[in-house]
Structures are given as structure tokens and as C-alpha cells.
Design a protein around this ligand. Sequence first.
Ligand SMILES: Cc1ncc(C[n+]2csc(CCOP(=O)(O)OP(=O)(O)O)c2C)c(N)n1
Ligand SMILES: [Mg+2]
Length: 420
Amino acid sequence: MPGEMPKLRLHVPEPTGRPGQKTDFAYLRVSAAGEVPRPAVDIVPSHTGTMAWKLIRVLDDTGRAVGPWAPQVDPAALKRGLVAMLRTRAFDARMLVAQRQKKISFYMQCLGEEAIAVAHAQALAPGDMCFPTYRQQGLLLARDDIDVVELMCQLLSNERDPLRGRQLPVMYSYKRAGFFSISGNLATQFVQAVGWAMASAIKGDTKIASGWIGDGSTAEADFHNALTFAHVYRAPVILNVVNNQWAISTFQAIAGGEGTTFAARGVGAGIASLRVDGNDFLAVLAASRWAAERARRNLGPTLIEWVTYRAGAHSTSDDPSRYRPSDDWQHFPLGDPVERLKQHLVGLGAWSDDEHQRTVKALDAEMAAALKEAQKHGSVLDGHIPPLATMFEDVFKEMPPHLREQMRQAAAATGHAGED
Ligand SMILES: Cc1ncc(C[n+]2csc(CCOP(=O)(O)OP(=O)(O)O)c2C)c(N)n1
Ligand SMILES: [Mg+2]
């Protein structure tokens, strides 16, 4: 008998396109716009299998909003969304150049993924708390109470950096904007979001949490731990999985996206789950509202897999031409979220090419001026950084003697003043 059996072997998933080839995106299994049903928010989680396997889409190829997920939304709100996406794109483009000019040490853009954070922000309420990764800057850039000069000072790690140089560039923290400090340790966002949501419920509050993770990071144990707690206690949380097809140079199938979906993980854990076109602003808005309503009504968590494409490099330290076709984004079946919402608004008569071009130009000028202003407060390069003492502060209410001693030694060794 053993002689008749084949030698055992493992399956190692591969992307369908490598440099010099053309990716076959059939693996995405894209549904038609309007095809997927929209269930009542109190659906039994185990009945969301269809929504987790198909792809919820609202905008069709001509830019019309079709089907049961088409949200009730004022064109003015959509215009604000389009401008916020363009603003995010302009910010990213300017900061990428600043990094190449060595003004900042490091940067991460979200090119091609702007609709997810920007539309999601429109579904949240003041006091709700996001636990983002480094690719949800759109949550901040969608708001008019966040000063881009201050964001740039964080990137420059200069004297006006609100985080006083204690975080890597891009790892912002804005409690008042519901933007929890970004942690470099991926997947921690999910357990923290579920814990925060449970605390909100224990206090009898009305605020919900929204946690963020990438396709690659779902392979971390924290992802699964978070799902168990969210399911068991019906935590008021939205669990966002941004499937942008890549985790640095690792294809999403290596994290388990081949033959199943990331949304299906949620159904298996007893959580209502949706798989959504993340480049479709209207679908993102509708799905986010659906999930937020479930959380607010004590119906429990919702996991949403946002299908999108990381159009740029992973970070300024990465070179994607080494591992994927350089024109992949041009062939990505879900297109560019900015172009798709623009087409929709032009079709409604609420936007024009001319207005679009003027807005792009104005935002570029806004970012150039903001960077100029931020640079007035210095950078790591010119040594205008927060005082040395800030490295030791804000951990303990009273600084313990051993830290006071280390601060004194550091001040003596560097010639910089250490404050006591
Ligand atoms: C726990 C942990 N492991 C590894 C890393 C190193 N790392 C930083 S980004 C990244 C890829 C993450 O990919 P994904 O979760 O798909 O998010 P994306 O960058 O595509 O948005 C890795 C492995 C990390 N920051 N934290
Ligand atoms: Mg990814």
C-alpha cells in the first residue's frame, strides 16, 4: 500500500504574475455591481456566507450606483469624499518627494486605497475609536480639524512634532480625532480594538471601535484571538481587513487568500462578514454604515474584507519591480477609486473635469505651502529636534531615580541639556 501512494509534498502559493508577465486577476472572482444581496443588519452571522464569498459593489462600469447596497447619500458628501481622497493623494505624493530629497527619513503611501479610509470615516461618529495601521492616513486627511502642517512636523520629527520624536514617521496619534496611536507591531490593532470596544460596552457607553489589519497580518495569532473575543462577547467593533494583494513582497495567497477569502474567516468565527470592493467609494460607505449600525445596536461585530490594490511600493524602502509586474495597477479590475467616484459625480452633474483639475492643482499648492511651513520648525537633518529630556518623560507620573540618572548621563555625554 505505501508504495502506491505519491510522495507527500506541500503547496506553496504563487502570484499569477511576476515581473515581465501579465497578472491574471481572475483569482479575484469579481461580482457584478448590484449582484450581492443586502441583508437586514440583524442577520444571523452564519448566514453571511454569500456576502463573504462574493464581492459587494455599487458603482458599475459606467459610474452609475446600482443594486441594494447603493447608499442614500447627498452628492455634497460624495464631493467632500472625492476631495479628501485627492487630498490624501496630494499629501502622499508630496511626502514621497520629500523623502527622496532626504527631508524625511521614511514614508508610506496609500495610493489606490484612498476610498477605504475616507469613506469609512464618513460612517463613524465623534467619539468612536479607530485602531489604524500606517495605511489609513485617509482617516485623518478626511477631517478638517487636522492640521497637515502638524502631520508633516511628525514626519520631520522636528520641534513641533506632537509626538516629540518618539514614533517613526507616519505613526500618528490623535485621540481627539478617534485615531489611536499607530503601533508598528502589526495585528495588535485588532486585539486592542476589540478590547476597547468591550470596555465601551462594559461602561454602558455608545461609542464603537474600528480595527484595521492588512491581508498579510491576518496570519498573526492576534487576528484570531481578536475574532474569538469579538464573537463571544458581541463586541461593538468593526474588523477591517484591507486586502491590497501584497504584504511587502509576499502575495496575499501566502497569508491564506487562495481558495478562500479573508471575509470567510469571520463567518467561520461566528462573525457577520462582508467582502467589499474597496475601490468603490459608495460600496465602502454602505458597508461601513451597515457594520456601524450593527455595532451600535448591540448586534455584534462585523468583519469586512476590503479588496483593493497597493498601487505604490510598500514603503520608501521597497522596490516592487523586483517581485510583481510594474503595470499591474493599470490592469487591476477594480480600477482607481478616485477615477470611479469622479465618473459617478460627473454623471450626476455634480462635478466636472475642470473642477477636478483645479482641485488637484489647489491641493498640490496647499501641500507645498504646508511643507514649507513645517520645515520652518526644522528636521532631523538640521538637528531641530525635541529636547533630549523628552525621551525620558511621560512614562511615569514621577520620574524614578534610575531614569533621572540616565537622563543626566545622556545630557553629559551629548552636551544636550537634560531637564530634571
Ligand atoms: C508583528 C509584525 N511582524 C512583521 C512586521 C514587519 N512588517 C511591516 S509591514 C509588513 C507587511 C504587512 O502587510 P499587510 O498586513 O498586508 O499590510 P500592508 O502593508 O499591505 O498594508 C511586515 C511583515 C511588523 N511590523 N509587525
Ligand atoms: Mg497587504
